[in-house]
Design a protein around this ligand. Sequence first.
Ligand code: PMP
Length: 431
Amino acid sequence: EETAARRDRYYSASQRKFVPFRDPMVFRRGEMQYLWDEKGRRYTDLLGMNVCISVGHSHPDVVKAAMDQAQELTHCTTMFYHPVPAHFAEELTATMPKGPNGDIEWVVHFTNSGSEAIDLAMAMARGYTGNLDLLALRTAYHGPTSAAQSVTGIAGWRHPGMPGNVAFVAEPNQYRGIFGRNAGAAPYLDEIERVIQTSTTGRVAGILVESVQGYGGIIEMPPGYMSGAAERIRAAGGLYIADEVQSGFGRTGEHMWGFESDGVIPDIVVMAKGISNGFPLGAVVARREIAEPMAEKFMFHTYGSNPTSCAAGRAVLQVLKRDRLQENAKQVGGALLKRLQELAQKYPAIGDVRGRGLMLAIEMVSDRGRMTPDADTTGVVFEACREAGLILSKSGPHRSCLRMVPPLCLSLADVDQVAEGLDRAFDKARK
Ligand code: PMP
């Protein structure tokens, strides 16, 4: 109560009001996929503290790497050389596809956050191509900075007066997209061409695509969409920008990066969140020739390449590989998806269940035939989940999706407990 009173008094409304739960929650401790509140009650974190916790809360290897670095030198601004970010840049580029001839050279620009990396990617694409117009998907979310908001299509997520030169294309939602259920990629690719012709100068700087949309309610890009979008955008002079802030670092189970599922090689890749398991860091990884012209103008991120965050990031890459967390995401995510599908058989309020790896969602509807989004029931289930010890998030443009993006160390034993908790929560919502 004391914390809530202090927060209410001293936070601005924009932060104060961002509390999805009925009662305030204070978490005091985390260990791997679990959180403990101030009363010592344990929760399973299916939100991954907003998708930041890739390898586990307070993972000992990540904590040690960051503590050792912080003790030696907490911050070293970009204008000085430091071995840790230099190593980390090398390691990040090594995760990128090399192309059919093995000759693609990648380079890294570290930022403090995902939205700063989005800003930078947008500036890079405009600078390199000389074109201003960008395409973005309607239900995409790319962050809170002005440039990132300018590529935000949902009005409720965007403040007035944001910069322009952005045209929106329909998201290829296979459940409730504008071309109907399971329409595949083709009509949405035609839509990209139409929008380029009708809503831009015909020459574009690029398109931003989340390989699996996060806040949009776990919208997977259907097969052929990412590669088809890249083809069409390149034909109009633009670049393909992959936003891997949520879908990267093995979360989708099949690959390190979400775009790999479609064989597309982006021109620019944006990453953050899971990159450093909760330490503030973002990065743009781009093809060398695309990043090079940025040097003509001043572009400096004070904390970008901070060695403490980068030390955490290096540890994340090691743990991901050593503990085979991508494979774990595939196996455990597959088992969880199956349990969610079983729940959908039992509860008509579940309109759709979707996702891959540990990036899953349940969409709630009041009428299955009409697919009427049901934010109210979503809210009831969400609260009941909390009572059952599960932390999820409400997402999607209608806030009718329960999103699950836990730390990648979630176990098969957790899946049983999560499915039982969800079952109890849905049962409660029915009554
Ligand atoms: N892109 C995506 C897909 C995101 O989900 C987010 C944040 N939720 C961002 C970009 C922006 O990242 P940040 O909040 O670190 O600025």
